[in-house]
Design a protein around this ligand. Structure first.
Ligand code: NAP
Length: 241
């Protein structure tokens, strides 16, 4: 019986994990919620780099590695490609298409934190939707700025920053209310390509709010790239035949 190791971390990965039988393994870093209602095995925590992952593949007799991690989780994707190559098994990756700017959008791409801070200078009320990274910079908020920071969990903010803990999917009306309440004048986002977090872009468009988009990391080449959950499930069904 063929065994798949599915590296998760995004909604589509969980949807795929729900279709896998008990011989397969669903692997999570352990940052988000760990599901307890799956038929497949669930493994939580890192492997200790590509070598550790290759050892796990060998020990567990894994025959296909499916990378369904977040497009900005570049380290684990690199480890997956390296470990699969070292183990002589195929590595497939579910790679969501990036969002594309639409008419009325004002998107400005930034490469890293220092470029982002520079691009933020003309603005006063940014909304950060990058996860936890901005928390390290709360003491650097310029005197004219008031930040709003949304992450998966709530953390203490300060007098110049409100931190909101919330998990998608986000509804457009709630996003409208947030932009209005906090008087957001610039949105900072990764380009995750997820429908669950897309409404904020729609609200930015409606309100003429610019978006600073963090560049996608370069991901390694894999044996097969899949663009959607549906395509991945069809490919897996064929592989498992
Ligand atoms: P990362 O920088 O690529 O990975 C850091 C380390 O975490 C990896 O080297 C690996 O540790 C471990 N790891 C990551 N994903 C794993 C998995 N599925 N199973 C077991 N170990 C895993 O990733 P990240 O950006 O910190 O993200 C961590 C997890 O959160 C990923 O699974 C990702 O899909 C999910 N996530 C990330 C984002 C984001 O914006 N980055 C957003 C939503 C969800 P070892 O080297 O020890 O094996």
């Amino acid at each position: 019986m063929k065994r798949i190791l599915l590296l998760g971390g995004v909604t589509e990965a969980l949807a795929i994990a729900r279709t896998l039988g008990p011989e397969h393994i669903y692997s999570l870093a352990g940052i988000g919620r760990v599901p307890t209602d799956l038929q497949c095995q669930v493994r939580v925590g890192g492997y200790g780099g590509a070598e550790g992952l290759a050892q796990f593949i060998l020990d567990e007799g894994v025959e296909l590695l499916l990378d369904a991690t977040h497009p900005y989780a570049a380290q684990i994707s690199q480890n997956a490609a390296t470990a699969a190559r070292a183990s002589a098994i195929p590595c497939w990756a579910l790679r969501r298409l990036a969002w594309q700017p639409q008419a009325g959008d004002d998107w400005r791409e930034v490469g890293d934190w220092s470029e982002l801070i520079e691009a933020l200078k003309p603005f006063k009320r940014p909304l950060f939707t990058l996860g936890r990274e901005p928390l390290q910079h709360l003491h650097e908020i310029p005197p004219e700025q008031f930040w709003t920071l949304r992450a998966l969990d709530a953390y203490p903010g300060n007098e110049r920053c409100e931190v909101i803990g919330a998990r998608g999917p986000f509804l457009i009306d709630d996003e409208r209310e947030l932009f209005e309440r906090r008087q957001i004048d610039v949105l900072i986002s990764k380009n995750s390509g997820s429908t669950a977090t897309e409404p904020k872009l729609e609200v930015a468009r409606e309100r003429g709010v610019p978006v600073l988009v963090l560049k996608r990391p370069v991901l390694p080449g894999v044996d097969r790239e899949l663009l959607s959950c549906k395509e991945t499930l069809a490919a897996l069904a064929e592989f498992l035949q």
